[in-house]
Design a protein around this ligand. Sequence first.
Ligand code: SF4
Length: 335
Amino acid sequence: MQTNCLVLFSGGLDSILACKVLEEQGIRPIALQFVSPFFGHELLGSRDTYCEKTGQKYGLEIHLIDITEEFLKMVIDPPHGYGRYLNPCIDCKILMVKKALSVMKDFGATFIATGEVVGQRPMSQRKDTLRIIERQSGAEGLLLRPLSARYLPRTLVEKKGIVRRELLPAISGRGRKQQMKLAGRYNIHGYPAPAGGCVLTDPILSERFKKIFETWPNFTKVDCIAAQTGRHFLLNDKSWVMVGRKHAENLRLESLSLPSDILIKPAQVPGPSCILRYPSSHQAIEIAGSICARYCKHDQRLPFKALILSQCDNLSKTILVKRPATDQELKKWRF
Ligand code: SF4
């Protein structure tokens, strides 16, 4: 009977190759792609199409698994700390392997594999870190890194001869030459660039997320998604103003607005949609109106009317904004 293996799949070349080298040994790789508000969440909107298309492209069976709930709890204080920015890579991997372990039976799988390469990343792919991930996820002996397995202790499937270690590639280090060569051999093209896709490695967004975690300890998944669109301002009373920079962002922010939010739009001229979240003073509406005015294409000396919409209070009214926010104010509130 064919042995099934769950492969932690990022969509990048290394995890595709991990699937391919196992397949070559008669193993059935089942690719699990984990998603959270920080990576891959947009795929959930077209789950079936994505799995089918990407699966066909690489000849793989792909399943998306949403780990938002567990990830949000972990990311605020990861036991192994953060990488260069707000990326908790070690705990992220522990979480993913744990999750894979918990569904192993459902997929009839015998072991788990990843596309990790010894020495490729400074923090999460050091030899000792790979051991920590294996041990702390509870997958001891069950976690195979096919691309680098020959540099690592034997796993159960290697000991049992289910996977033949001597036939696995021996890849290590930061270079990509061997991976490219293997990609050519398996006829894999058009794969995404390495290290893309996780917004926790983005310096600007990392700072913004950090501010969100500190300011609103009960932050939600929608906050983390909304933080990735438009300009953001934190007012003195801890109200959050989000401002679209273009039409698509206006629509996106509006679609992410909550019943408790206040939506502010210019009443008479073209301009941005602004979302006021967590407002704790009436003054916050006026300030959000002044920020909206500042980003409108109109003569800033003329009176400006803003439309205020609140689903929660069943409110729709127009206010006169006294003056647009100054550059200095915007700088002070921007995050
Ligand atoms: S870069 Fe992001 S998705 Fe990748 S391991 Fe680190 S935290 Fe997880």
